[in-house]
Design a protein around this ligand. Structure first.
Ligand code: ADP
Ligand code: MG
Length: 558
């Protein structure tokens, strides 16, 4: 009794804001959407510290006059829909009039805007939802929105912010999605004063996709196009061999809005059918154009998902189009698809090269022929105490790990890398190249010399001595693939160790690799020389000894 009270306006606006603005990337999403709705042909996004410190979005769209500016960050103010009927045919990205007011409630927000008809612009500054300043300002046409100290007044929300890199990755993915859907708009993305993306306006759809996904991957993609019952589906699918084991590179757009859609994702998967194994994901870009009244854009607080009135129809059109397109491709497994970050099985190839570099050796009291390879995975040896079982992958991983670690330590004092006679050149999709940029110093300290060409293209000039006979490109690419699936590592030392263990893992022999007796012996000898040969860098056992006592028990000799 008497326990129910009305929440204060300040709490209401903060909790409501949490629905729209979940993290820095949602702010970026809303601001880009506003710029697109304003008809901009150029959008520049500049973020600091993953957007946690500041986010600035500049556009050359239609702008706002002083009257509109005064109310744009009030709750539920919009120029995009006026009537209930408008809600049935939304063609803009925004429509709820909630974004700017939500952002204003949980940050320090400055909006400058100037329309083409006025000689000067206006500025509005809000703090925690309150107007602090409004005045004239000199500026170019368009709008500049600056968001600082996001969530400074909502500590509960702030706790959910991940590391800078994790937040930035979300922002990057968001900009990439919008960039793919609007090749006519120029996009620039800057993170901590470093230009990550620079996409000119008026690009063709193909050029735009190739620019953000990487030329190499785009070369493995082919177009699809279908028109059925007032619905269109078009875009690009990838050769199944270009699949990766994460969803990176899957983009869906419904009426040009970047969305997640379980129906479409499931339909694509079924369309590929048995061409994919259980956990591989083909990159794709799919645009669906449906009549506005067949799509519900109002089912998600951040408009990240859409609902289809006719889900079954959407499922069928996508599945059948994908299936047919793949059938017409005359797919053949090829061995020349290298340098693709979405590709799997790099380590196998790498090892084929490494194997050649293993030469003869001796192990006291043991002849190579006495080492048996079982299931192309385990090595078994009889010892004085019983039997030694070695997991060849774990063992080799451990050996390489320690060598890389040594290399890393040595590099602090001396340079021990070799120049490549032919430089290795590769290009990466924007999301992968951001990752590489982050890890460049680690690669450098390991003895790599990687030079950035811009445009997602890199040149490797030097590699650590011990990796010179490897397929370096693939080691780097698979490492990045792995790293992007990991949670961000905060501690730099842990990150170094992670890098090293990944490189070791990716270069090591796998199960299924046949080893010649001499290679078996060499591996075991090397393993015995490591500091702790018992486990691989991830803590799995590298060798297990089965003593005679255990064997006797097994055979009930006692
Ligand atoms: P919504 O986008 O749903 O309308 P917002 O809170 O995002 O709601 O924006 C409120 C209004 O402010 C928009 O309807 C639009 O008129 C104006 N506005 C916001 N951003 C811009 C911009 N970059 N350029 C021009 N007008 C803008
Ligand atoms: Mg909006």
């Amino acid at each position: 009794m008497g326990k129910i009270l009305k929440l204060s306006q300040s709490i209401v606006s903060k909790t409501a804001a949490g629905e729209v603005v979940e993290r820095p990337a949602s702010v970026v999403k809303e601001l880009i959407e506003n710029s697109i709705d304003a008809g901009a042909t150029f959008i520049s996004v500049n973020v600091q510290k993953g957007g946690i410190k500041s986010i600035t979005v500049i556009d050359n769209g239609e702008g706002m006059d002083d009257k509109d500016l005064a109310v744009c960050a009030d709750p539920h103010t919009t120029s995009k829909i006026y009537t209930e009927e408008d809600l049935e045919r939304i063609s803009t990205l925004g429509f709820r009039g909630e974004a700017l007011s939500s952002i204003a409630a949980v940050s320090r927000l400055a909006i400058k805007s100037r329309t083409i008809n006025s000689v000067e612009g206006n500025i509005l500054i809000m703090e925690a939802g309150k107007e602090m300043k409004r005045s004239k300002v000199g500026m170019d046409f368009g709008t500049v929105v600056e968001v600082e100290n996001l969530f400074y007044n909502t500590p509960a929300r702030k706790k959910f912010i991940k590391g800078i890199q994790a937040e930035f990755r979300q922002i990057l993915d968001n900009v990439i999605s919008n960039a793919i859907s609007r090749p006519e708009i120029g996009f620039v993305l800057v993170h901590n004063a470093k230009k990550i993306l620079d996409l000119p306006n008026l690009q063709t759809r193909e050029d735009r996709i190739s620019a953000v996904m990487g030329k190499t991957l785009f070369a493995e993609m082919f177009p699809v196009d279908e028109d059925r019952d007032h619905h269109k589906m078009f875009g690009f699918l990838s050769n199944p061999q270009a699949s990766g084991y994460k969803r990176t590179g899957q983009y869906i757009f419904v009426n040009r809005r970047p969305v997640a859609s379980k129906v479409v994702t499931a339909a694509v998967r079924e369309g590929y059918g048995t061409l994919l194994d259980r956990d591989s994901y083909p990159p794709f870009v799919i645009f669906i154009e449906a009549p506005f009244d067949m799509v519900n854009v109002n089912i998600h607080p951040r408009k990240e998902e859409v609902g289809f009135i006719n889900e079954d129809f959407i499922f069928r059109i996508v599945k059948e189009t994908v299936e047919l397109a793949l059938r017409n491709q005359n797919l053949v497994y090829r061995t020349d698809i290298f340098g693709n970050p979405f590709e799997r099985g790099v380590a196998d190839y790498t090892f084929k090269k490494l194997k050649g570099s293993i030469d003869s050796w001796k192990l006291e009291g043991l002849r190579p022929e006495e080492i048996i390879q079982i299931g192309e995975l385990y090595l078994a040896i009889g010892t004085k105490n019983g039997m030694l079982l070695v997991d060849q992958h774990a063992a080799h991983e451990k050996v390489l790990y320690e060598r890389l670690l040594d290399e890393f330590d040595k590099r602090r004092r001396e340079h021990k890398s070799v120049s490549l006679r032919t430089h290795i050149i590769f290009d990466l999709p924007a999301s992968e190249s951001a990752l590489l940029e982050e890890s460049l110093t680690i690669f450098e300290r390991l003895g790599f010399e990687i030079e950035r060409f811009g445009d997602g293209t890199y040149k490797v000039r030097k590699v650590p001595e011990m990796l010179q006979s490897h397929d370096v490109k693939r080691v780097i690419l698979e490492f990045l693939d792995d790293l992007s699936r990991e949670k961000p590592v905060r501690d730099i030392d842990t990150k170094n160790l992670k890098t090293i263990s990944y490189l070791a893992c990716r270069s090591a022999v796998k199960d299924g690799d046949h080893l010649e007796p001499k290679e078996r012996e060499k591996l075991i000898k090397d393993l015995l020389k490591t500091k702790t040969g018992y486990t691989c860098p991830h803590g799995r056992p590298a060798m297990v000894e089965i003593p005679f006592s255990a064997l006797e028990k097994m055979f009930k000799r006692r």
